[in-house]
Design a protein around this ligand. Structure first.
Ligand SMILES: Cc1cc2nc3c(=O)[nH]c(=O)nc-3n(C[C@H](O)[C@H](O)[C@H](O)COP(=O)(O)OP(=O)(O)OC[C@H]3O[C@@H](n4cnc5c(N)ncnc54)[C@H](O)[C@@H]3O)c2cc1C
Length: 398
């Protein structure tokens, strides 16, 4: 295969976002993925309003996002609108709020979302090679990454001026270069499956926090419901094959709602979830999406980080191509500038809900004084980014 400006490993949301920005900037982009698309991916399947705002920006050509009808609108056309979040605690505490004004998130199966984003990247001019599994980076004698070694129907060396590793949580490239590793704590696993026939579904995403982990529930088009159970290592055994059914049947809030439900997909699991990265790349290589670190899905904003991380990696790649100087440190600084506030908030939320008392306290605050809880649910949904992007109509506005 011919040499290329930027090689992107992984065609998930981070890889496709990076490819769209780069192809639109006129550089040659090749994406590779070990999978054929469409492919499934274990996820809660919800995009928060901030993630949707990025899709509007990525797909737009000119003018304000409302008129351009970009990727965001293509996603909305296939998704269910998500109007807010409901959080329940172990002792019956309930906190529920709508996103402000006209802001919405979207629920769409990752099989459909990722295929849509990949199509947009190809339409923007990126080349895509499926079914090619990257095994290791190719290194220059001076220590810079100059490409990757991959295995498809045969082994292949792919060279590029810049490589973007967007190959997910357990990134081959980031792990091989010791830029990332599994975190010592938390040690959690996720188990997911689709159901139909679930009672009392609303247009809000749901997070049910329990002493042994949490259960995320999201309504999808056609009456399908996404269920993800996340458990600390201490609370499951590798032989617990029916962990989702068992978690639902034992849950006082969910038991009745799932009494007549049918599981319509096999259970998928992955873990350990938490990966920590101590850099955003190295000479010749830039990290994007979960490859640059992941904690757990509790705050439902992984896709926003992945899409924005893809944009930032693309911007750094363009600078590296123009100057010839490594841009990974600049990428790290921009990721800190964009993400540090949200990382802090997510850490605070995680420690709040780690104690049953924290959730109960949030519930009493919510009943007496709902404004801060609404603000928190808005902040978790990155609504300030969506407002800035111009899709926001205030309550009672025109
Ligand atoms: C249980 C669970 C629920 C979640 N729910 C939500 C949610 O509701 N909302 C939300 O915003 N976020 C959620 N997240 C987080 C979200 O799924 C991730 O943050 C997001 O998928 C990251 O996108 P990515 O492009 O970085 O990686 P991925 O989506 O993982 O894509 C990586 C791609 O790289 C490819 N790849 C991997 N290794 C190789 C290799 N060696 N060679 C070639 N290709 C390779 C894979 O095939 C894949 O296509 C959830 C995560 C989990 C685990």
């Amino acid at each position: 295969m011919s040499a290329i400006d930027v090689l992107i490993v992984g065609a998930g949301p981070a890889g496709s976002a990076a490819a769209i920005v780069l192809a639109r900037a006129g550089v040659s982009v090749r994406m590779v993925d070990r999978a054929w698309f469409p492919r499934d991916k274990l996820c809660g399947d919800t995009l928060n309003p901030g993630a949707l705002a990025i899709l509007d920006r990525l797909g737009g050509t000119e003018g304000p996002p409302l008129r351009t009808g970009g990727i965001g609108d293509r996603v909305r056309a296939r998704a269910l609108p998500i109007t807010g979040m409901t959080v329940t605690g172990p002792k019956g505490a309930v906190v529920s709020a709508e996103y402000p004004g006209s802001l919405r998130g979207a629920a769409i199966a990752r099989r459909a979302l990722d295929a849509l984003l990949l199509d947009a990247a190809i339409a923007a001019g990126a080349e895509f090679v499926p079914s090619l599994s990257v095994r290791e980076p190719l290194m220059h004698a001076h220590g810079a990454v100059v490409g990757v070694r991959a295995r498809g129907s045969r082994d292949l060396d792919l060279r590029a001026r810049v490589v973007v590793a967007a190959d997910g949580r357990r990134s081959r490239l980031a792990f091989a270069l010791r830029l990332a590793r599994f975190a010592r704590a938390p040690q959690r696993w996720a188990f997911g499956a689709y159901f139909v026939g679930v009672d009392r579904m609303t247009s809000r995403g749901e997070m049910h926090i329990r002493a042994d982990g949490y259960i995320g529930i999201a309504p999808l088009p056609d009456g399908v419901v996404n269920v993800c159970v996340v458990r600390d290592r201490r609370h499951w055994r590798p032989d617990s094959a029916d962990i989702i059914a068992a978690a639902l049947a034992a849950d006082p809030v969910l038991r009745d709602r799932f009494a007549r439900a049918t599981q319509v997909s096999p259970m998928v699991s992955l873990g350990p979830l938490a990966v920590e990265a101590h850099a955003a790349g190295c000479p010749g290589l830039l990290l994007a999406g979960d490859a640059a670190g992941f904690v757990d899905p509790m705050t439902g904003d992984g896709l926003r980080f992945a899409l924005r991380g893809g944009e930032l990696a693309a911007q750094a790649a363009l600078e590296e191509l123009a100057s010839g100087a490594p841009a990974f440190e600049r990428l790290a600084a921009r990721r800190r500038r964009d993400f540090a506030g949200k990382w802090r908030m997510n850490r605070a939320l995680r420690s709040l809900v780690a104690s049953p008392r924290g959730v109960a306290m949030a519930a009493s605050v919510a009943s007496l004084w709902p404004a801060p809880v609404r603000a928190l649910i808005g902040a978790a949904g990155d609504v300030h980014l969506a407002r800035r992007a111009g899709r926001y109509a205030p309550p009672g506005g025109p």
